[in-house]
Design a protein around this ligand. Structure first.
Ligand code: NAG
Ligand code: NAG
Ligand code: NAG
Ligand code: NAG
Ligand code: NAG
Ligand code: NAG
Length: 630
């Protein structure tokens, strides 16, 4: 939201300030004018609306003499007069084609500067971030924006100058089509004759430049570096192992966690799920290379400390550069995928590595249980509402959801069971992507055992419910972070699953009491203990968390029972913040829904997309009846 405000304000400024004389600038001005004219009703922010109105007034009404304005007027008169005319349509198309063929890089650089100034002057972020992160992002925003909104096939019909070319797809209808032949299969009951265990860790976010003793309460979003200055008092001092607040952890804390696993848990676990976000939150001073190196450093550590344990990794939104911005066809992305594919191959297998290299997602098979177990690793950048590349086309990027459907279909035919892993919980992704993902989970809930995600830094669960009936069909376990960024103790989870059905029946959270190790000056990584903080069954009073009746019961309590909410709250950040809530809140319960719209409705608020999300628009296709997943 902040970035978008900065962006739009930047557009306004550049149009007024820097484009004065040459003809190209006039064209650019025209394009933005058109955009604001078309979208002014959709800005639900009064300041923005006022800015847009002022802009239009200056450009369209007062600047009547400009050749461009004449052109606009002429075009508009023609539209009112005669509807679509081939001539007009061609005029419009060649006009926008000529704009698209402008060297946008040139404007990209100007725009970037203006956006940076706008961001800084408006105090949208601190200057450091305006000039770093916003500067990094502006070119990709501009490119995505231009490719979509200046595309003649898109813009001319919406200006009423050409017949429709693209059609918005009815995603609800597509979702209903996906679930129409859902097999009615009773969920199995664990036999508990034998169980197995695996570990899930997420959001390691270490900071290679972390400095003990540095200021942990600085003025930018991430602190605890030499550049953060000196702390004002003891409570703002970066500890040896980390700081619970706005700092990422030093690498030694990652080492301590892996060492603890090596010394205490390695014998119990069969494999590790690792769901991304490995780099730090200094998002305004990164590069693709530095982000890639952070992951590689953890891979090397895992390989040397736990040589006999397979890890199933997937990247998060922070592996991208700039953060969140991921182009499925980009050179940097391809290069990073190649590096990760090579380093993960010994864990996930050759075929999966090749799949990841090509696509940025993969599936891999484990054959040691009663049935083959397929791990499907989803790349959630395809649904990330801050991935500006998706502005040009948010419709199932890289056909990942189609691939997911095919992979699940094959798994069903081959009598496999499935774990899905990914970074960003689906309730946090774009509505359309979330709806289709949710429909696929319902359709294949006969074989999907469970899902394992991260991103929020908090222990949470998300619950997939059947469309219409709300009956539970699947559970996603969201694991807290190893980083303290946001206010948690470092933690990970161990799941226990039934060998026969592969259903996870219980999990245990392990957390490091960061304060204790900092205060007691314990500096030996071999002495750091990740204690069991709780296990789901004992803590909430159930015998088996794979039983949906228990989950249903738990949801009921999470919705209305203060005591359950307090318990949930306490372990969410691994005991870092042991305060009690004084009244029941709906938030914890509503967060368990798996699309933004469903969450919103749960809170009693009609779902409305914000401006950023509006920019992405809905899924579209040239064929209005495209069902995509048939
Ligand atoms: C518009 O442009 C013409 C010449 O192109 C000039 O004579 C006239 O004064 C201009 N009008 C205004 C209002 O600037
Ligand atoms: C586009 O503009 C940029 C910056 O002004 C310049 O570096 C680049 O060479 C230009 N590209 C083309 C194809 O003219
Ligand atoms: C989309 O499809 C659903 C289900 O078929 C239907 O109820 C709804 O009216 C459709 N929406 C639009 C905008 O056509
Ligand atoms: C963590 O350690 C601190 C300092 O020793 C202690 O005060 C606190 O109670 C501990 N927290 C938990 C959850 O054990
Ligand atoms: C859950 O796991 C813990 C171990 O972490 C164990 O002590 C407990 O008995 C388990 N509960 C059930 C019901 O399996
Ligand atoms: C929170 O409430 C629980 C009982 O619901 C109680 O056992 C616990 O001590 C309280 N914690 C704090 C910090 O007040």
């Amino acid at each position: 939201m902040k970035f978008l405000l900065a962006f739009i304000f930047g557009l306004l400024l550049i149009s007024q300030v820097s484009c004065r004389n040459d003809e190209d600038s006039e064209l650019v001005k025209y394009v933005f004018t058109t955009f604001f004219q078309r979208n002014i009703d959709q800005f639900d922010n009064p300041v923005l609306t006022q800015m847009a109105k002022t802009f239009l007034k200056n450009e369209v009404l007062e600047n009547k003499n400009s050749t461009i304005t004449e052109q606009v007027m002429k075009l508009q008169q023609n539209v009112q007069g005669e509807g679509f005319s081939t001539n007009l349509c061609q005029q419009c198309q060649s006009f926008y084609n000529s704009i698209l063929s402008l060297n946008l890089t040139k404007y990209g650089q100007e725009l970037t500067h203006i956006i940076q100034f706008g961001c800084s002057i408006l105090k949208i972020e601190t200057p450091l971030i305006c000039f770093g992160a916003v500067g990094e992002m502006a070119p990709s925003v501009l490119q995505g924006f231009a490719n979509r909104y200046l595309n003649p096939l898109y813009v001319c019909p919406s200006l009423g100058m050409c017949p429709p070319y693209y059609h918005n797809l009815n995603v609800t209808a597509i979702a209903q089509n996906i679930i129409k032949d859902t097999p009615q299969v009773k969920r199995p009951t664990p036999t508990l004759k034998k169980t197995f265990k695996f570990l899930h860790m997420s959001d390691l976010h270490f900071d290679g430049l972390y400095l003990e003793g540095a200021n942990a309460q600085c003025t930018v979003p991430d602190c605890c570096r030499v550049t953060s200055g000196k702390p004002n008092d003891e409570s703002a001092k970066a500890g040896y192992w980390g700081y619970i607040g706005d700092c990422d952890i030093p690498f030694r804390t990652v080492e301590a966690a892996i060492r603890y696993i090596k010394n205490n848990l390695a014998d119990e676990i069969d494999f590790i799920i690792w769901t991304g976000d490995n780099t730090n939150h200094y998002i305004w001073e990164q590069s693709y290379q530095s982000n890639t190196d952070q992951t590689t450093r953890i891979v090397d550590l895992l390989k040397s400390e736990l040589p006999n344990i397979n890890v199933f990794p997937i990247t998060g939104n922070h592996e991208s550069f700039p953060v969140n911005v991921y182009d499925y066809f980009g050179d940097h992305e391809n290069k990073q995928n190649d590096i990760f594919a090579t380093s993960w191959e010994q864990w996930i297998g050759k075929e999966a590595a090749e799949e990841y290299r090509q696509n940025g997602f993969y599936s891999s098979l484990i054959t040691k249980y009663s049935q083959p177990l397929r791990i499907i690793a989803i790349n959630t950048q395809a649904g990330n509402g801050q991935n500006w590349y998706l502005i040009q086309n948010p419709t199932d990027p890289k056909d990942q959801l189609k691939w997911l459907k095919n992979t699940l279909q094959q798994a069903e035919l081959k009598n496999e069971k499935v774990f899905i892993i990914g970074h960003m919980p689906i309730g946090d992704t774009l509505e359309e992507w979330a709806q289709i993902y949710t429909a696929l989970i319902q359709r294949y809930s006969n074989i999907i055992i469970s899902q394992f995600y991260g991103h929020t830094h908090n222990e949470q669960i998300a619950v997939f419910r059947n469309l219409g009936t709300n009956e539970i069909n699947n559970v996603m376990f969201i694991t807290g972070s190893l980083t303290t960024y946001g206010g948690q103790n470092p933690s990970f989870k161990i799941f226990e699953a039934d060998f026969e059905t592969m259903l996870p029946i219980n999990y245990t959270q392990y957390a490091m009491n960061l304060t204790y190790y900092n205060e007691n000056k314990i500096r030996d990584i071999n002495k750091v203990i990740f204690e069991k903080t709780y296990d789901f069954n004992s803590y909430y009073g159930y015998d088996d968390m794979s039983n949906f009746e228990n989950i249903q019961d738990f949801l009921g309590k999470l919705r209305t029972d203060l005591n359950t909410q307090n318990k949930y709250h306490l372990v969410q950040d691994a005991l870092a913040n042991p305060t009690n809530l004084t009244q029941v809140t709906l938030g914890y319960y509503c967060d368990t829904f798996t699309t933004p719209a469903a969450q919103s409705i749960c809170l009693g608020q009609p779902y409305k997309k914000d401006i950023v999300t509006e920019l992405f628009g809905t899924w579209y296709s040239h064929n209005p009846d495209d069902m995509l997943f048939d």
